[in-house]
Design a protein. Structure first.
Length: 206
């Protein structure tokens, strides 16, 4: 792709560096910004700069947050005794969109995957037992992908909590095997949460 301007080429390359954006889409986005008023472009750039400078992670659940604690963790209307364990913040968004869960979250930041060099120590598992004790939690809901990595992580957490007096459940298998939480439709995911089952019951199906 030949460009009449080095500045446009640099902008296209910047957009194309984002996941899922090819050169043609990047060019379309670049030309769209070029046609906009300067104050619109400045507002666009400012929002990105503010996001990068100010967005962090909730000190309690590790979800993305604008403050030290996210709005879910500080919401007293939520059931803090029910903790849903998810892989990353996109799964929080997916579960929240179902309007079927009123507990809080614990974001791992990934899944155990020896093939990718990701072990338990690379995940946000260190303070899980402390959170259970602090919240006087009564149930842990495992809401991880129905993949080998998700099942491995589920089993590791189950073993880690085997001496803790708490109910451990998992979402019902309404999801297709191999499917990620974030790509599951809201109705299916919502039903899977409502019809969650004790984690021990999943052993007999394997």
């Amino acid at each position: 792709m030949n460009f009449p301007s080095k500045l446009i080429e640099d902008a296209v390359n910047a957009f194309a560096s984002l996941p899922g954006i090819g050169k043609k889409t990047a060019l379309r986005l670049t030309l769209n910004l070029l046609k906009r008023e300067e104050h619109e472009v400045n507002a666009f750039l400012s929002s990105l700069q503010k996001m990068k400078a100010n967005v962090g992670y909730c000190k309690s659940c590790n979800n993305i947050s604008d403050a030290q604690e996210c709005e879910i963790c500080t919401n007293k209307q939520r059931n803090h005794q029910l903790i849903c364990i998810v892989a990353d913040f996109r799964d929080v968004i997916a579960v929240e969109s179902t309007n079927q869960f009123r507990g809080v979250y614990h974001v791992l930041g990934g899944l155990i995957s020896p093939m990718d060099g990701i072990g338990p120590n690379d995940l946000n598992l260190e303070n899980l037992v402390d959170r259970i004790t602090k919240n006087e939690a009564t149930e842990i809901l495992l809401a991880l992908a129905t993949t080998v990595e998700g099942d491995t992580t589920n089993f590791y957490i189950y073993r880690k909590l085997k001496d803790v007096n708490i109910k451990i459940s998992t979402i019902a298998r309404g999801m297709a095997v191999g499917e990620d939480i974030e790509y599951t439709d809201e109705v299916t995911l919502g039903r899977s949460i409502i019809n969650r089952v004790p984690f021990e019951n999943t052993f007999s199906s394997k």
